[in-house]
Every structure is written in C-alpha cells, then in structure tokens.
Design a protein around this ligand. Structure first.
Ligand SMILES: [Ca+2]
Length: 343
C-alpha cells in the first residue's frame, strides 16, 4: 500500500505464518516471507533489501541470507513460560501451557506470553474494618479458597468497605480472581471496584480510594442483584497494569448489605521491581467483638467464619469495651476509632 509519505510498506508475515506453520523451526522462510519491509523509508531495524530495509515478523529473526527464520524461544529463553509453564516452540512464535495454579498472561499473537502465579498470597493486607480477629484481611490472602473450609475475610458495615493488598513491589498485573463467600449472602458484593496504584493504603479511616488509586481496572457489572454466592469473578485485563497496591471496594449501597466478605483475592502477575516490606505494614484494621447474628437481617460473617471463630475464640464479652489483645493494640494504633458493630 501507499502511505501519505510515499513509502511502500509491504506486510508479508501472516500468510507466510500459515504456509510455514508445519515447517521446521530452523528452516528459512520462502522468498522473504515473514518480513516487514520499508522500501524507500528509514526503517533500519534489521536486515536490508536492495531498495530499503526489512525486519522480520514477530517470532522470526533475520538469517544471514536475508530470509526470516523461526526463533526457538523455548531454547533461547528456557524460562519464557514463567511459573509452572511448559514451552512448545511453534513457527513462528511459541506456546505456553500453564500448570498448577498459574494462568497465561501477556500473550500477543504468535508470541505465547508467559505463565504467572498469584502474587498476593501471603502478602500484607489491610481493610476498612474486620468483623472479628478471625475475619481479618489476611484471610483473603491465605491461599485458602475451599467453599466450606476457607476462613472468610469479613468487614463490618462501615460504609466504605474495602481491602487493600501490598504486593511488595511494583508488579505487572494481568489478572484478578475474586472468590466471593460461598456460605451465603453473595449478593452483597455489588458495584465493586478494583483499583491499583503505588501509594500505600493501610488506614481504615480512608474512604476516598479513587484519590489514592486513580487507576480503575475493573467495575463490577450488572446483574444488579450482585454476585452469586460462591461465585469466582475472573478479571482478565486486556493490557497488564504496573502497580504495587491493589484494592477492592464494595459499593453496595443497599441498607445493611454493604459488607465486604471474601474467601480470597488473587492477583496474577509478576514482580518487576522488588521493594522491602516495612514492618509497619503488618498493622491490621480495628477489630470488634464477633456479632451474635452476623448473617440474618443484613449482617456479618458466614458459616465458615463463624465456625472458625467459635472453635478458636471465647464468646464475646458483654463488656462493650474489652481489653484489646496485643494485635488489637496494633490495629488501633494511630488513633483510628473502631467501627460500630453490626446489629
Ligand atoms: Ca518459535
């Protein structure tokens, strides 16, 4: 085709990719196929022709005889398929098969991308509140997702319910999985937002997350009935984003339904800039006594969470101001008042 500047641009890759899909990865392509040539332009990236310059299509490289040959990416970069990935060379390009709990990310045409794991597991997590010591935000990154056995992260009804995760460094994030509670009340997750950023979010008193994390990567779509109980919301980004912090906020405005309760929040990607984690990041949000009725009438934690709390914790004290545990002292450090318990 003819561009406005008079350069002739010849695209010769796609048909050749089809023609040579079964050929040996080391065989040169025929007659300059797999090349992108600028006949009278200034593209000098690689190779040359009598009237200009050429470069090879993705997954190919220029051979000494000025033909494009396949790159065996699996041999050239043995780790190209990342976490639990198995590489298969194709001509052109390559393909990754992801094993374990990893997922495919960053694939681009014939270039098969890489496999990435959940980089949120075990990371410091913070929340607007916690319904009990056994339903803190750490339960959303404990790696447990079983519908009946996984402890729940569960907030109070604090009107701004959110969770934030510190990935420990800037990561190239490709995907999220939000494991909604499976015991009941999944509809409470409605109009939620996922945001990412590089500013820490640890204070439970923070309400306007968009000011801290301007990058909205996902907005929960209808149905207006909210998510289903036990639903796993899979959020695959069209383009990876780079960020250290991830937050999920529930904007369910229905009276009594604004809690945020999850089995797990997973973030799939890979760290690109590692940074040390400050000890202060272990602070947790304020904790209130376990409410007696946390599910009926628009309240509280699910069966799994309640069962775990009953097995580990004594009954809530009738004293409205129990002595804080060492952890509770950490959580209330900084003068943040605890949120009111659900009724
Ligand atoms: Ca290849």
């Amino acid at each position: 085709m003819e561009s406005s500047s008079g350069r002739r641009l010849m695209l010769q890759g796609r048909r050749a990719a089809d023609d040579n899909a079964q050929s040996s990865s080391s065989s040169p392509t025929r007659g300059g196929l797999h090349q992108v040539c600028v006949v009278s332009g200034a593209d000098t990236s690689s190779g040359s022709s009598s009237s200009g310059s050429c470069k090879c299509a993705p997954g190919m490289q220029m051979a000494p005889n000025s033909t494009c040959v396949d790159v065996n990416e699996c041999e050239a970069s043995p780790d190209i398929c990342g976490v639990s990935g198995t590489c298969t060379n194709t001509a052109p390009g390559y393909a990754c098969a992801c094993g374990g709990a990893s997922v495919l990310a960053e694939a681009d045409g014939v270039l098969g991308g890489t496999c990435v794991g959940n980089i949120a597991a075990g990371r410091p997590a913070y929340a607007s509140s916690s319904a009990s010591e056994d339903s803190g935000p750490d339960k959303a990154v404990d790696g447990l997702t079983d519908a009946t056995a996984a402890p729940l992260f569960h907030t109070l009804l604090d009107g701004r319910t959110w969770i934030s995760l510190d990935l420990g460094g800037v990561a190239r994030i490709s995907r999220f999985r939000i494991w909604n509670r499976a015991d009941c009340c999944g509809y409470r997750l409605r109009d939620a937002e996922l945001r990412v950023g590089n500013t820490s979010l640890t204070s439970p008193s923070t309400t306007n997350l968009s000011a801290i994390f301007p990058t909205l990567v996902w907005k929960q779509q209808p149905p207006a009935t909210g998510a289903a109980t036990g639903e796993v919301l899979d959020v695959a980004l069209e383009q990876p984003v780079a960020a250290r912090w991830v937050t999920l906020q529930n904007f369910n405005s229905r009276s009594g339904d604004g809690y945020l309760a999850l089995r797990e929040l997973q973030v799939f990607g890979r760290l690109i800039i590692s940074q040390p984690i400050a000890q202060a990041s272990k602070r947790q949000p304020p904790v209130m006594p376990v409410p007696e009725n946390t599910d009926g009438g628009g309240s509280g934690a699910g069966a799994a969470g309640k069962k775990k709390r009953r097995s580990k914790s004594p009954s809530p004290s009738p004293n409205p101001s129990p002595s804080p545990s060492p952890n509770a002292r950490k959580r209330t450090r900084g003068g943040v008042p605890p949120s009111p318990a659900p009724t």
